[in-house]
Design a protein around this ligand. Structure first.
Ligand code: GLN
Length: 483
């Protein structure tokens, strides 16, 4: 049984009873148990429940009952997305034992379509980070080279899909957290348009810029899951009411006649040589397929990292103020504490990166500094949006490398926050302006490490975006994960 098949192939095997869901899920659990020691993608493995669900789906198929659009597909879920009855820790001591009383909308939609939640996966604490090293439960490791980081913050999503420990995953992307691990682990990751996918049940980090997004090994699987998770949700007023779109239909239409803008600022100084040459190769492939490529300049990118960290930290400091260990938290006796001393003691249990963001956020929002930092950052954001609007008057897509460098060694940059922040330069534009972006695996470097290419489209143009990503995917043949 090949655990590496695409969800699309798997569904047809399941529907024709050529494969038993129970057997496939049991195999997947064996695989998780075998590779977890090396990669540490999971925080919670939902094995027993997954097997029970699998049996139910097999029975539905045997008795010719109607089955859902994702029948029997094992999906991992980032541990900042709520799952009723299953821990949701945010990889933080603050929520170490938290069990949400309800499912996030995306999770209930998956369940309605007979997907199987196989477990909850690792992240940087509260999704703050780019390497998954800032998890309370320890880092995840890159399946392509266990000494390297898998990207982040949805590292567990990227790793579990890449290492064949599930078929797809849901991550969250506030500044690149779906696309960075997708790129570093050689899988596909989509950040949808702001408002396309419900955030109800996503534990907020910076809610004005984040979206839940899928990770899969193939673009066609991303299309499949988007058909299920996208659309208006009465529990999230930021979701947009629009007619449902079928992302699977016409996926292979190609990109002939489309105009693609190569973002100049994403291929300048500081970009790894092999990443640069992969980007150029991707451009030639797309040209061979009939697309026209032109250079596009987005000079607001220069200020984007500063604007992003100001806005994201400000929102984080507000969102995370609820963690006072009274409503939920860990076991710390209240005896002997004044209220303020208690809260302060409790909050010293955030990890170093979260603490840094909370301090930064409180500072930029404080009286006297608000205009100088927060407001200024919002002006940069508005400027970026107008540059993006202008760009999409001229081109259908924008393109660049997802990450400026190759996956690096665990621990190498952990004490250098500024260097880590700068790695988000190519991804955060999509978050600050709301547009969708996808990372497609494109090449494996001479040292055996993955390189992903990122394509952006205008808001709510996911259908076109997936068609372009599919065309790019079909133009390359990548090695299988060496694990
Ligand atoms: N690296 C970015 C940050 O640390 C992005 C995180 C994310 O998208 N959740 O904020």
């Amino acid at each position: 049984m090949n655990l590496g098949i695409s969800a699309t192939e798997y569904l047809s095997l399941v529907r024709n009873s050529q494969i038993s869901v129970e057997e496939f899920i049991a195999k997947t659990i064996d695989r998780i148990k075998m590779v977890e020691e090396k990669v540490h993608a999971y925080i919670t493995i939902n094995d027993q429940d997954a097997l029970n669900k699998a049996k139910l789906i097999d029975k539905k198929i045997r008795t010719k009952e109607k089955t859902g659009k994702l029948s029997g597909i094992p999906i991992s879920v980032k541990d900042n997305i709520c799952t009723a009855g299953l821990k949701t820790t945010c990889a933080s001591k603050m929520l170490e034992n938290f069990i949400a009383p309800y499912d996030a909308t995306v999770v209930s939609r998956l369940k309605q379509e007979d997907a199987i939640i196989i477990g909850k996966v690792n992240l940087d604490e509260f999704a703050m980070g780019s390497t998954t090293e800032f998890s309370y439960f320890g880092p995840s490791k890159n399946p392509w080279n266990n000494e390297c980081v898998p990207g982040g913050s949805s590292g567990g999503s990227g790793v579990s899909v890449s290492a064949l420990e599930c078929m797809m995953s849901l991550g969250s992307d506030t500044g690149g957290s779906v696309r960075s691990p997708a790129s570093f682990c050689s899988v596909v990751g989509l950040k949808p348009t702001y408002g396309l996918v419900s955030r109800y049940g996503l534990i907020s980090y910076a809610n004005s810029i984040e979206q839940i997004g899928p990770v899969a090994r193939k673009v066609e699987d991303i299309a499949l899951i988007m058909n299920v998770i996208s659309g208006h949700d009465q529990h999230d007023d930021t979701t947009v009411k629009k007619d449902a779109i079928d992302y699977v239909e016409g996926l292979d239409i190609g990109i002939k006649g489309k105009k693609i803008g190569l973002v100049q600022q994403m291929t300048g100084d500081g970009v790894d040589k092999e990443v640069l040459s992969a980007t150029n190769k991707a451009i030639s492939k797309l040209q061979d397929l009939g697309a026209e490529c032109v250079p596009v300049s987005l000079d607001s990118l220069e200020h984007s990292v500063a604007a992003y960290y100001t806005i994201a930290s400000a929102e984080a400091s507000s969102n995370l103020s609820r963690y006072d260990n009274l409503r939920y938290g860990f076991d710390l006796g209240t005896g002997g504490y004044e209220f303020k001393a208690y809260v302060s003691k409790v909050r010293s249990n955030f990890g170093s990166e979260v603490t840094r963001r909370l301090l930064l956020g409180a500072f930029v929002l404080s009286a006297g500094y608000y205009g100088k930092y927060y407001l200024k950052a919002q002006k940069v954001r508005a400027m970026m949006k107008s540059q993006i609007d202008e760009a999409f008057k001229k081109v259908d897509f924008l393109i660049g490398p997802t990450m400026p460098i190759l996956p690096f060694k665990l621990g190498e940059k952990i004490d250098d926050p500024l260097t880590l922040y700068k790695l988000d330069i190519n991804t955060i534009t999509a978050n600050l302006t709301g547009i969708p972006a996808i990372s497609v695996p494109f090449e494996i470097s001479s040292s055996g490490l993955p390189i992903g290419i990122q394509i952006f489209a205008n808001s709510f143009e996911e259908k076109n975006l997936l068609q372009a990503a599919y065309a790019l995917q079909q133009s390359v043949h990548l090695r299988e994960v060496p694990l």
